[in-house]
Design a protein around this ligand. Structure first.
Ligand code: NAD
Ligand code: UGA
Length: 460
């Protein structure tokens, strides 16, 4: 039996470890966190994150070979392999503020591992980190002078929220980076053996440490770049009567381009794309590559442009003022099937409309609590309403900001009747049947397609 510890019970630690535990019943898994409430929630009926299919896996393994705990020091001492999945947000102070990764949680963890270890261990970077972080970690961990040896591996996580269980069960690749020394290779093999319980060997890639660390940042940068590219084209489509969905389909059929991640939207959100690109930008600047840095920074700039453009388009279309108008925002999470609102474009649009003095009502099937927390400084100016029909009642406009399937199934005729006329729908996800909505009387503003508007003088 191997004792496997995961430090950090967030989205990554909390969704990956139960799945690994379910495939490796012979090993013992403990997940620890400094956040007592989170640890308690993982052991309750109401998990701290909404992730389809995860509840069953947690309940299958909990108390058998999976345990949650706040006793970090004792569990470090007992562990053979330690995964570290603490948060690595953008640094908001000092050198590199607004760009570099804030590594304080990671470094604290490394020192805590060092202080509490009485045996040699493998330490696995699961968090997303700047390239060459492992070098710093090795230096901290191997500064003990008490004969213990620590192998540091990089094993970045590629799961996406909302599909985390599927992504972990069927990864298109698992990436493990390690030192090219004998000890490093042995450590890599120990981790390969764990994943090989359910992942075909040919999908487990082993590389040097730096390639692995960098590949994670590059994967996110490429994915986000595709969204910014199609969103840039959506703006051009709106000026030229081209249809961005048709363009995406036409180019995506070219196998060299591929069809994934070409859905135009109000913008990409989530805790990682922006943070990881800014981190890449910072690294490029640090290594004296300003042109490379500027190239990648443009992906973030374009995303901010898309969010701003969406909100500005709402104001312009509604006769250049939304002051005092009730607007229902459908969706708060940064994508469907998650309660995560980190960097959600929905909240950016909300802030922009509040700046225009609109009366905002937010509805979302799973993310209201997080949205309420994120908007706490504006809470008195926002109404949170779980029922989309009530949210839309007496509203001038609806903005679709998250692609929840539920929103495709609503009775829009009933909704139209209950709204102030002329009634507007701004579909930031191109989710709904726009022609049908138009026939029902709505003025419809999709992304990257010409709007469908009735004569705004003679409305019914
Ligand atoms: P998170 O904020 O949800 O979770 C991090 C957890 O670490 C928190 O619960 C926090 O309390 C805990 N923590 C911080 N310092 C600690 C310490 N010293 N000891 C014990 N616990 C500590 O973050 P997340 O979304 O799980 O992301 C974690 C890392 O994984 C980040 O580097 C992120 O970039 C990366 N990542 C995230 C995703 C994702 O979908 N969210 C996917 C791939 C990679
Ligand atoms: C993303 C990556 O897909 C994961 O591989 C990675 O592990 C993770 O970041 C991470 O490092 O945190 P995630 O942010 O959970 O996963 O979700 P995505 O499905 O990538 O969506 C990100 C954002 O892009 C969402 O706001 C989504 O709505 C938007 N998006 C996605 C589009 O606007 N258009 C698309 O075509 C695809």
């Amino acid at each position: 039996m191997t004792n496997i510890l995961c430090i950090g019970a967030g989205y990554v630690g909390g969704s990956t470890m139960p799945i690994i535990a379910s495939h490796c019943p012979q090993h013992r898994f403990v997940i620890v966190d400094i956040n007592d409430a989170r640890i308690a929630a993982w052991q309750s009926d109401q998990l701290p994150i909404y992730e389809p299919g995860l509840d069953e896996i947690v309940h299958q393994t909990l108390g058998k070979n999976l345990f949650f705990s706040t006793e970090i020091n004792r569990n470090i001492a007992e562990a053979d392999i330690i995964f570290v999945s603490v948060n690595t947000p953008t640094k908001m102070f000092g050198q590199g503020a607004g760009r570099a990764a804030d590594l304080q949680y990671w470094e604290k963890t490394a020192r805590q591992i060092l202080e509490n270890s009485t045996s040699s261990k493998i330490v696995v970077e699961k968090s997303t980190l700047p390239v060459r972080t492992a070098e710093a970690m090795e230096r901290i961990l191997n500064s003990n002078g008490n004969g213990l040896h620590f192998d540091v591996l990089s094993n970045p996580e590629f799961l996406a929220e909302g599909t985390a269980v599927h992504d972990m069960q069927n990864p298109n690749r698992v990436l493990i980076g390690g030192r090219e020394t004998e000890a490093g290779q042995k450590a890599i093999e120990s981790l390969v053996e764990i994943y090989a319980h359910w992942v075909p060997r040919e999908r487990i890639l082993t590389t040097n440490l730096w390639s692995s660390e960098l590949s994670k940042l590059v994967a996110n940068a490429f994915l986000a770049q595709r969204i910014s590219s199609i969103n840039a084209i959506s703006a051009l489509c709106e000026r030229t009567e081209a249809d961005v969905n048709e363009v995406a389909n036409a180019i995506g059929r070219d196998a060299r381009i591929g069809s994934h991640f070409l859905r135009a939207s109000v913008g990409f959100g989530g805790s990682c794309f922006k943070k990881d690109i800014l981190n890449l930008v910072y690294l490029c600047e640090h290594y004296g590559l300003p042109e490379v840095a500027q190239y990648w920074e443009q992906v973030v700039t374009m995303n901010e442009y898309q969010e701003t453009r969406f909100a500005a388009n709402m104001v312009t279309s509604m006769f250049n003022t939304v002051a005092g108008k009730r607007i229902a925002l459908f969706g708060a999470s940064f994508k469907a099937n998650t309660n995560d609102t980190r960097e959600s474009p929905a909240l950016e649009v909300c802030r922009a409309l509040l700046a225009e003095q609109a009366d905002i009502v937010i509805t979302d099937p799973h993310a209201m609590e997080n949205a309420c927390y994120d908007l706490k400084e504006l809470a008195t100016r926002v109404v949170f309403e779980p029922d989309p029909y009530i949210a839309a009642r007496s509203a001038h406009a609806i903005a679709i900001l998250t692609e929840w399937r539920q929103y495709t199934e609503l009775d829009y005729e009933k909704i139209h009747h209950s709204m102030v006329k002329p009634a507007f729908i701004f579909d930031g996800r191109n989710l709904l049947d726009h022609k049908r909505l138009y026939k029902l009387g709505f003025n419809v503003y999709p992304i990257g397609k010409p709007p469908l508007t009735h004569s705004l003088i003679n409305h019914s």
